[in-house]
Design a protein around this ligand. Structure first.
Ligand SMILES: Cc1cc2nc3c(=O)[nH]c(=O)nc-3n(C[C@H](O)[C@H](O)[C@H](O)COP(=O)(O)OP(=O)(O)OC[C@H]3O[C@@H](n4cnc5c(N)ncnc54)[C@H](O)[C@@H]3O)c2cc1C
Length: 408
């Protein structure tokens, strides 16, 4: 028989892994979620290949958490990327390491994993309460939920909030909790887009011709950031893995100074000197476009980018053109809205939490997952951290329940 009750609000990866730990400790576990089904963002993450974690050495892995590296290291040492792969294997889901070092389930999708996981949780006794939208606390400290049948309140012995960030609100994580936690006295940093696209003031001509096109194998530089990869031209500006990787820096620069200018090397395989030599060759009767294509292989969207940002006179000059090919400035005017982002930065400050992820302002209430104030690039770092903090919060609850049982 269960003697203690724990409510977990949020049935994403962080909440579900917490439920898994707690049910093994013989407490009653109730998972509440506002949506009609669980793990919707987790499922979305698997739409174009579920990148569960990353296989790089742990020191490199942990460096991806930037300013929050030291806070996250504690949780990630306790549940490493390798542990996550083992966990998936125990569930019957084998994983593999892709060419970039990223780790995926063999079938690439979330649904088989989530289905098995939810079945295992239900069989081990976890109770699921769908269509339960948490709306904060009643005056007596009970959790207030809105359900299709009306309002209801519960008063468990401990609570884990695993409410996610604020992106893709239609999947359930709306970020509405920020105000309720602040009212409860917890420090919460404003949610901001992370792994997001940016607005560029494209000309109508460029937008119409190149919207949706990938710009492949370019080097993006911004301050100390320099990486080769791929981006995509969108109606509003730019997005894609290379942009996401630099997005925290770009977003912060725009926040501080109103704009950010990234630079693209459109020809990583040629030096500026080689480009000048080739572009200076006789053009004969060729048009400028075909001369550029013939001599340095630039056409399509890359040629479009040059024309978008380079005055015509500079395009005609081999030295200026070569410089632009290696160092094309692309001015960004704004980050795309939070709702479109892959993940959120900001959230519950680590200073508002004890070492077990319990809110100092609300004893017995723990937080986990993307709603905590950390951010990381795509590459499996997001999910690994959600799993690791979900486990840590569950362990914290177990310890807290034991301590309060001893004290009473
Ligand atoms: C398109 C896309 C692709 C992604 N791909 C990857 C990837 O490949 N690899 C990776 O590592 N990460 C990826 N992510 C990010 C990853 O999915 C999230 O970081 C992760 O799901 C966060 O887990 P979580 O449990 O903290 O929150 P969530 O998964 O957001 O779950 C939060 C849950 O809380 C519920 N909830 C919120 N508010 C309330 C409330 N008031 N009352 C009741 N319930 C509530 C929500 O309905 C939701 O079920 C991707 C994200 C997106 C959008």
């Amino acid at each position: 028989m269960h003697s203690r009750t724990v409510a977990i609000i949020g049935g994403g990866p962080a909440g579900l892994i917490a439920a898994e730990i707690l049910i093994q400790d013989k407490v009653q576990v109730d998972v509440y979620d506002s949506m009609p089904s669980l793990g919707r963002k987790f499922l979305m993450a698997g739409k174009s290949g579920l990148n569960l974690t990353h296989s790089e050495p742990f020191d490199t892995f942990i460096s991806r958490y930037g300013q929050r590296r030291s806070e996250m290291e504690v949780f990630l040492r306790d549940f490493t990327p390798e542990d996550l792969r083992l966990w998936a294997r125990e569930l019957g889901i084998e994983t593999f390491v892709g060419s970039s070092g990223r780790v995926f389930p063999v079938g690439m999708k979330t649904s088989p994993l989530l289905r098995r996981w939810l079945r295992r949780l239900a069989e081990s006794g976890v109770n699921f309460h769908l269509h339960h939208a948490w709306r904060g606390w009643d005056e007596d400290g009970s959790l207030r939920f809105l359900t299709p049948e009306g309002q209801t309140s519960v008063h468990p012995d401990a609570v884990i909030l695993a409410l996610g960030g604020g992106s893709w609100a239609k999947l359930g994580s709306t970020g509405a909790w920020v105000e309720w936690l602040r009212e409860a006295g917890a420090e919460v940093q404003a949610l901001k887009p992370s792994n997001c696209g940016f607005d560029v003031a494209w000309s109508d001509h460029f937008r119409t011709r190149f919207e949706g096109q990938p710009v492949k194998s370019v080097i993006l530089s911004f301050r100390n950031f320099r990486r080769q990869g791929e981006l995509v031209i969108t109606k509003h500006g730019v997005e894609g893995s290379l942009i996401y990787a630099a997005s925290a820096l770009l977003r912060d620069e725009i926040e501080a100074s109103g704009r950010a200018v990234l630079h693209l090397d459109l020809t990583p395989d040629r030096t500026e000197g080689q480009l000048i030599e080739r572009l200076s060759r006789s053009r004969g009767s060729r048009s400028l476009s075909s001369h550029i294509e013939k001599t340095v292989g630039i056409r399509g969207v890359k040629a479009g980018l040059l024309r978008e940002f380079l005055p015509k006179a500079e395009l005609e000059d081999p030295v200026h053109l070569a410089r632009a090919l290696k160092h094309l400035p692309v001015p960004l005017i704004a980050a795309r809205p939070l709702d479109e982002a892959i993940s959120s930065a900001g959230g519950v400050s680590f200073e508002a939490l004890d070492e077990n992820l319990m809110l100092r302002a609300k004893p017995g209430v723990f937080c986990a997952g993307e709603m905590l104030d950390w951010e990381a690039p795509t590459g499996g770092y997001l999910l690994t951290a959600c799993f690791a903090t979900g486990r840590a919060a569950a362990r914290g609850v177990i310890e807290w329940l034991r301590r309060s049982a001893r004290d009473t």
